[in-house]
Design a protein around this ligand. Structure first.
Ligand code: ASP
Length: 584
């Protein structure tokens, strides 16, 4: 038997017990006649004592040969500690060691196994198994497991069944590039790894399974942005005989359950906001509604004066920054520089100080009097002490820029509180999105999303105006879930494919199996998928998903621990009928 107890278990009530513990040597303090060793495992730390008088010199000598991260087993007696440590649950006791067995030695670890480690990100990723020994990472993984278990519990109690769908498939259209796998047995042919199980879950509905879920890996070969992973996990769900309302209720239920179960937070009904409203009020389809700073559109009150910048703009829009009047001129200039950075791309920023005495002072005083500025304050909801920041230009771009400023300032003002949760549904998304480069429309969600009833005809005349039965669940400014009611009629699906630029032959080649299936009585159906990594990170009060993934990839999509991706050898290439010709 390796152990009778874990290193996090023993208390004062265990004093006098003979115990066996196994774990890693966390720390050694050697006082000459006595040495203390902190023994660590997943459950905690227990202090061991090696004492010349009370045990033996030989044992003490043996303890001195130990190093950090050595794996040992000890037998001994639980005794009360003379100087107690109130910071750890086992801090009232220690184990007087009677027998020490070395189970394995260890090289000196490249960084300290402490919450505040001296190891940088790269080093920790290279030795991730050591990183996982740290409480921070370990606790995150335990937390993730708890969330996943709660999801399974809730959904299975609601009658969902978990079904595994294949990984070696054909392209699924979620709008990213596929990772592909060459087939050895089918020369010149490739599988694609699923960007999501979308088509399979729809086929499960045709198969009559009624309520499906799966906690599943998805793969998307996208240009990596910070905090994106090429492989990530979704809670993927689908239901038959449902309307949008049924899906929203079902998954509001799941989210409410998780917030209660995991965070002890009770949330009543989730607000709902249309996509158009979210864009108008927050410049963002995933608004963080934990704080105000809503957009005020100023066209009516700011145009038709002599300020040409505004007169020629499609949209003039501002936000009130609470307490912003305290910013110095220099700080405001810095903010202006911030919105003018290429990543944000604004041409400039107009500001209005709202003085305590009710007067205003703006950067455009030449064109606007106090009465004008009072109207601006009214529209943006600014009060004495605030600063109004105004951007102008093409509507969509300007909204996006002001949204970036809103989020940045909220972050700086500490308004994005990690322990406050504000979920909402964003609904009525556009069905199609214009690709500015090619001038073509593509599906905003995916090609199986159903247009709103009665809007099919609009596809011919004004495709950009068609709204879809598509929805996102947004939490604290993050999209944590998205889904739609699907097209279940094969004619409608053909019309959609046509509008997305597929010839009937192309549609058949890529999605023939789905079109075929829809000829055999596809029920009305719809679903949603939640990003598990992000959900867990937000529930855990953190923003980076990497900290909640056991073995994440870095920003260039590499696993630096196993050193992947990597070349494969000639023989393997040949077997796969692949030729790689890399010339520099
Ligand atoms: N397959 C979709 C996605 O991965 C989710 C859904 O429509 O259910 O975003």
């Amino acid at each position: 038997m390796y152990r009778s107890h874990t290193c996090g278990e023993l208390r004062e009530s265990d004093v006098n017990k003979k115990v066996i513990l196994s774990g890693w040597v966390h720390k050694i303090r050697d006082k000459g006649f006595v040495a203390w060793v902190d023994l660590r495992d997943r459950y905690g730390i227990t202090q061991l004592v090696f004492d010349e008088d009370r045990t033996s010199t030989k044992l003490l000598e043996q303890a001195r040969t130990l190093g950090r991260e050595f794996v040992v087993q000890v037998k001994g007696e639980v005794i009360e500690r003379a100087s107690k440590n109130p910071n750890i649950p086992t801090g009232n006791i220690e184990v007087l060691v009677e027998e020490l067995t070395l189970l394995n030695s260890s090289k000196t670890p490249p960084f300290t196994i402490e919450n505040e480690t001296d190891g940088g990100e790269d080093l920790r990723m290279k030795y991730r198994y050591l990183d996982i020994r740290r409480n921070l990472v370990k606790d995150n993984l335990i937390f993730r497991s708890k969330v996943a278990m709660a999801v399974r519990k809730y959904l299975s109690e609601q009658g969902f069944i978990e079904v595994e769908t294949p990984y070696l498939i054909k392209s699924t259209p979620e709008g990213a590039r596929d990772f592909v796998v060459p087939s050895r047995m089918n020369e010149g042919q490739f599988y694609a790894l699923p960007q999501s199980p979308q088509t399979f879950k729809q086929l499960l509905m045709v198969g009559g399974l009624d309520k499906y879920f799966q906690i599943v890996k998805c793969f998307r070969d996208e240009d990596l942005r910070a905090d994106r992973q090429p492989e990530f996990t979704q809670i993927d769900c689908e239901m038959a005989f449902v309307e949008q309302e049924d899906i929203l209720n079902a998954f509001e239920g799941l989210t409410t359950f998780l917030l209660k179960e995991i965070k002890g937070v009770e949330i009543d009904k989730f607000p709902r906001m249309t996509f158009d409203d979210a864009m108008k009020r927050y410049g963002n389809d995933k608004p963080d509604i934990r704080f105000g700073m809503e957009f005020g559109e100023l066209n009516e009150v700011a145009q038709h004066k002599d300020f040409n910048v505004f007169n020629s703009a499609e949209l003039v829009v501002g936000i009130a920054i609470p307490g912003g009047n305290s910013y110095t001129r220099k700080e405001i200039d810095k903010l202006t520089d911030w919105v003018k950075r290429p990543q944000i791309g604004a041409k400039g920023m107009v500001y209005v100080r709202c003085n305590e005495d009710g007067t205003f002072k703006s950067s455009v005083d030449k064109f606007y009097d106090q009465e004008d500025l009072a109207k601006w304050a009214n529209v943006t909801g600014a009060t004495a002490g605030d600063l109004i920041c105004v951007l102008s230009g093409e509507a969509h771009k300007t909204r996006t820029q002001l949204s970036a400023l809103r989020m940045e300032l909220a972050e700086r003002l500490g308004l994005r509180k990690p322990d406050e949760f504000a979920p909402l549904w964003v609904i009525d998304f556009p069905l199609l999105e214009l690709d500015e480069e090619t001038g073509n429309y593509h599906a905003m969600h995916h090609p199986f999303t159903s247009p709103k009833p009665g809007q099919l005809e609009l596809l011919e005349t004004d495709p950009g105006a068609v709204r879809a039965n598509a929805y996102d669940l947004v939490l604290n400014g993050n999209e944590i879930g998205g889904g739609s009611i699907r097209i279940h009629d094969k004619e409608v699906q053909s019309v959609m494919f046509k509008h997305l630029g597929f010839t009937p032959e192309e549609a058949k080649a890529q999605f023939g199996f789905l079109i075929d299936a829809f000829q055999y009585g596809a029920p009305p159906h719809g679903g949603i998928a939640f990003g598990l990594d992000r959900l867990v990170a937000i529930l855990g009060g953190q923003e980076t998903i990497r900290d909640f993934i056991a073995f994440p990839k870095n920003n260039s999509g590499r696993d630096v621990m196993i050193d992947a991706p990597a070349p494969i050898d000639e023989a393997q290439l040949k077997e796969l009928n692949l030729k790689v010709d890399i010339r520099s």
